[in-house]
Design a binder for this molecule. Sequence first.
Ligand SMILES: [Zn+2]
Ligand SMILES: [Zn+2]
Length: 393
Amino acid sequence: MVRADCRCRMRWCPSSSFHLLRCVRLRTCTKRRRNTLPLWIREIWAYIRLLVQSFYFNSLTDSDVVFDSVFEPVFWTVDYITRWFGTVFVFLVVVLTSSILAIAYLFVLPMVFRTYSTAWITWHVCYGHWNLVMIVFNYYKATMTLPGYPPTVKNDRPFVSVCKKCIIPKPARTHHCGICNRCILRMDHHCPWLNNCVGHLNHRYFFNFCLFMTMGCAFCSISGRNLFLDAYNAIETNYQTAAPPYTFKDKMINKSIIYMWVLTSTVAVALGALTCWHALLISRGETSIERHLNHREKERMEKRGRVYKNPFDYGRLNNWKVFFGVQKRSHWLTRVLLPSGHSPPGDGLTWEAFPVKKDVSMESIFSSFCCVQPTLVLWLVGLKDPCRVASHS
Ligand SMILES: [Zn+2]
Ligand SMILES: [Zn+2]
């Protein structure tokens, strides 16, 4: 057929077309030479190529998948160490906090009683013990409360994807924790200092612990500043003079006060920064994981000339009300300023998304958690990830 076609064209085409056809014929001959290998070799070669490609080929492969695959051994090692050191970190928190308490009760409080006025003594005792109760309560609840897990049996609840490791449906805002090795509802992060995941059911306890621990450390640091300066000057003078004017007990007290001030000041600054960051995230209605997802999606939408909005942002004040479970004014006292073991609104499986007005009543938000709209269910089921939803400007 090719030769006949060539002859036909040789009659009618100009010399350039004739040259082109000759080139095509030469290429065809070259290809024929390549395929002269025996069939069984070509079959084996094709099988090997398919086998190699099956190791890494995926239509959804992108830079993130390649990055995760390359660093998988590193992630595995970090997860293993974090899991193993979780108990050690909790032990450290308990021991360090207990040491500060011991110094406060043994050395600082007697000084306060001797030197301060009655009003200042009352303030220090009342505030200090309220702060201590909030720290202990929230830390205990944060470590002991399970973060919330999606159901592993078949159910009719909406989901947005399937976990590749647990092989179970993943509801919206659920993520897999490599350290706990299971999916966590509304996962924020895995906290080694709690030896627990921070998720839907214990996120409030985690934040309260950070907040009240920061406040307690700042309280110790500010109110103990003069004691620290006196103790520091006493030790410096002691080193410089020939005859030490202080007894062993005095030295121990001074060193303990310096230790307390340095530790509480350091924790107040470091934990204060972390608490501010989480407060910002809560104000925006997003978790630490969603912060990265939303940021990436925002950039992607900006390239397309669109504006991205977090679907779970109900407005700054409403986000805080939902986070603390405040449904009426008295809850600011009973559920925020006092120890409270109430459960967060909703079951963590279904979430109301926008559009939600900024001045929406809290009743509508809380009722929407309990009663998921059918349209929302369909919308969520049809999505790969709820954070990929964007609103047009
Ligand atoms: Zn999972
Ligand atoms: Zn975890």
